[in-house]
Write a protein that binds this ligand. Structure first.
Ligand SMILES: Cc1ncc(COP(=O)(O)O)c(C=O)c1O
Length: 391
């Protein structure tokens, strides 16, 4: 395991003094550096005016693009700052064109909002949505994906780390197939960004959506979209404003050439600054170090939970994330989650999206989701397990 200075990480995180936070897949505790940057900008807005504060903060706002680009290994002109992962995903997805008979391949762990958009697109255009089955490890089956590809496939959409299961999908193996067949590949990296290294070239995705508030530890209401440069000009955003496009005459406009064509003009400026600080902060620890600490703590949590009578850990996949899902016999999930909260331990309830329902089978149960971050401690893991065991 690569070492992280836990005492310093916790000293940087005021929330650690108040809660045992295992809801990092919901929203992580931000470091003080992020909160200070956001509040500092809000104070400048209140003191000198919103537009004036933004003009003064151009270097910090622009730096957010560099920081995000450094985080995922792309160029700054391939980054759009968007208010959340869902809207970022939507902007890329609804920019695709589909006609009846086309196909989209998705994994079984697709996020529910993405599925709604896919179904809406299917209703509008007749595009066919095909779910790639899982392999024997409960992650997207690479051989099945390969078998399902044909000339009608227009898009592969995959969720890297699902919100309701501890698996990490083999995103790079999917990228190899997408490249081989020249199919655009949209990766939902909402839960992986900030908890492990994510490099768009190593994965081979063409578009990637992410949120700020989860493992990246940025403010709520922030997120981003990556679009590979050769694709940007071929994708017309579903919505345009005078930031995304320029009105050149009363009857003509041109769309900007960079990924900011997917943005809109008005935004949470302080949040964007905070997003940049959060990306810098994660990079300063190193995503390898963060990933290895999270793997250590979440592995420990799974091991300990499995020794508790009546507790069942549901995570699948050969590579596991910091998200740990479990149920307890004889204690209803929401009641257990509430009981943990009453003890100052934050977890959440995961209800798997319908794509995970086996055809003609029963839906998986609602589960407690305990999501660890690098600033959690071994003692907190033990505290959580003790609270789960003894009510
Ligand atoms: C896998 C995944 N994708 C997308 C989202 C949506 O993110 P946001 O709430 O920022 O739109 C979530 C949120 O939980 C998620 O877990």
């Amino acid at each position: 395991m690569i070492d992280i200075d836990i005492a310093r990480a916790r000293a940087d995180t005021p929330g650690c003094a108040h809660v045992v936070h295992f809801n990092n897949a919901g929203a992580a505790l931000p470091p003080a550096q992020v909160t200070d940057a956001v509040i500092g900008h809000l104070r400048r807005e209140a003191t000198i005016g919103g537009y004036e504060a933004a003009a003064e903060a151009v270097p910090q706002i622009e730096h957010a693009y560099d920081a995000v680009a450094a985080l995922i290994g792309c160029a700054r002109d391939e980054v759009a700052l968007i208010e959340n992962a869902t809207r970022a995903w939507d902007m890329a997805f609804y920019a695709q064109t589909f006609t009846a008979g086309d196909r989209i391949l998705i994994g079984r762990c697709e996020y529910a909002s993405n599925i709604i958009a896919l179904l809406q697109m299917a209703r509008r255009t007749g595009v066919q949505i095909d779910i790639v089955p899982d392999d024997e490890h409960g992650q997207i089956s690479i051989p099945a994906l390969r078998r399902m590809i044909d000339a009608r496939v227009r898009l592969i959409a995959l969720t890297h780390v699902p919100s309701d299961n501890g698996l990490v999908n083999p995103a790079a193996a999917v990228g190899v197939i997408a490249r081989e067949y020249g199919v655009p590949y949209l990766l939902d990296a909402c839960q992986s960004i900030g908890q492990m290294p994510v490099d768009v070239d190593a994965i081979g995705c063409d578009m990637l959506s992410a949120t700020g508030r989860k493992f990246l530890r940025a403010p709520r209401g922030t997120g981003f979209l990556y679009v590979r440069r050769n694709l940007i000009k071929r994708l017309e955003p579903p919505l345009l404003d005078q930031h995304a496009a320029v009105l050149t005459a009363i009857d003509a406009f041109t769309i900007r050439p960079d990924a900011r064509r997917f943005e809109n003009w008005e935004s949470f400026v302080a949040g964007r600054i905070g997003l940049g600080v959060a990306a810098d902060y994660a990079l300063a620890w190193g995503l390898d170090a963060i990933g290895s600490r999270i793997a250590h703590l979440s592995g420990m949590l799974r091991d300990q939970l499995q020794t508790i009578p009546g507790v069942f850990v549901h995570d699948t996949g050969t590579v596991r994330s910091g998200i740990v899902t479990f149920t307890k016999k004889n204690e209803e999930t929401t009641a257990l989650n509430r009981r943990l909260r009453a003890r100052g331990i934050n977890t959440s309830v995961a209800a798997p999206a319908p794509a995970r329902i086996v055809p003609n089978g029963s839906p998986p149960p609602a589960m407690v989701r305990a999501s660890v971050h690098y600033y959690n401690t071994e003692a907190e893991v033990a505290q959580l397990c003790a609270a789960v065991e003894y009510d």
